[in-house]
Design a protein around this ligand. Sequence first.
Ligand SMILES: *[C@@H]1O[C@H](CO)[C@@H](O)[C@H](O)[C@H]1NC(C)=O
Ligand SMILES: *[C@@H]1O[C@H](CO)[C@@H](O)[C@H](O)[C@H]1NC(C)=O
Length: 365
Amino acid sequence: MAASTTLRSSSSTAPPLTLLGRRLIPLLLLVAAMAAAAAVEAAVPASAEQAVRRVNRRGPFLGVVVPNGFEMDPLLRSPAFSPAKKLPHLDVAGRRFRFGMIGQKKVIIVMTGLGMLNSGVTTQLLLTLFDVEGIVHFGIAGNADPDLHIGDVTVPRYWGHTGLWNWQRHGDGPEKELALESNGDYTRKYGALNFSSYSVPAAGNLLNSVWYQPEEVFPADGTPESRRHEFWVPVDDRYHQLSKKLEGMTLERCVNGTATSTATCLPRPPAVAHVERGCSASVFVDNAAYRQFLRSRFGVTPIDMESAAVALVALQQGTPFIAIRSLSDLAGGGSAESNEAGVFAALAAQNAVAATVHFISLLSS
Ligand SMILES: *[C@@H]1O[C@H](CO)[C@@H](O)[C@H](O)[C@H]1NC(C)=O
Ligand SMILES: *[C@@H]1O[C@H](CO)[C@@H](O)[C@H](O)[C@H]1NC(C)=O
């Protein structure tokens, strides 16, 4: 309301055209000067550009990408991390890039914020600015495998983005082509969730089905604007082989590392598990029916909101990538432990950090 009122009143008091014309040239010059200044600064101010160059002289670095502060703080507090003395961090475009060492490895730690957009943008920025030899992504995740437990740390072989959909019109069955499918824009290859299957009591509804779509990717070494489609993005082979050595490592079983009471200890010692798949979407899954669908359709274990975005950016930039995600809850409930997610989320974050630090030490040995 306020904005449109202002617009109207300013246009009614606008000067006549001739007067406007005489004022136009200095105005244009001013606009041009501002544009030139903006071009020099761009998203990376000249001062930061210099700092980036200085940082890169000490590269290459391992990029450590983490969704939020709750997951990053245990790493920053860990004795395994020593911040760089000269330039501990650099802020660019609303992100803070922290420099230092984890064991023998030079690292850049960056927090992305929640969801696929934030994690994709931040990962791209990391790779655009810095000399990064590989990415280790870690955090907590919802669990879709009832055989695993809170506090277990998963290392999937593949990551998929399960939030890119073609939502089919009501009345079309699975044999019907999707809108724009014949263009090669969409596919029925990866299957669908049919909302009718979830009606209570059993009955149809107008929502029909959403079909899961692969991401359009534009690899840095490919032809610009010439798309490829990718659904399951594998983690780096060498990183994956190396991460097998994490199995059997000791993880915290009790909150704050002290067995003060059974209420703050997990029923069994958590473990690192290599699993086939994980999936991500900008959707917080706290729903047992959807969790079970994701498990049965895609065979996923960790469900999170960032890993596949980091994987997709790393894939396109040709950067080795792995994700280490600890389980914080059985997404959507269904076990006695799930009520304890609030208590054990910090423990899960701690275990993700422990496995990540151990992995980085293996990388540098
Ligand atoms: C979804 O389920 C309804 C009810 O069984 C069915 O009529 C419809 O064809 C299904 N749609 C798809 C795309 O499978
Ligand atoms: C664990 O330690 C933190 C910080 O020292 C404290 O705030 C928290 O209450 C502790 N949690 C438990 C369950 O003891």
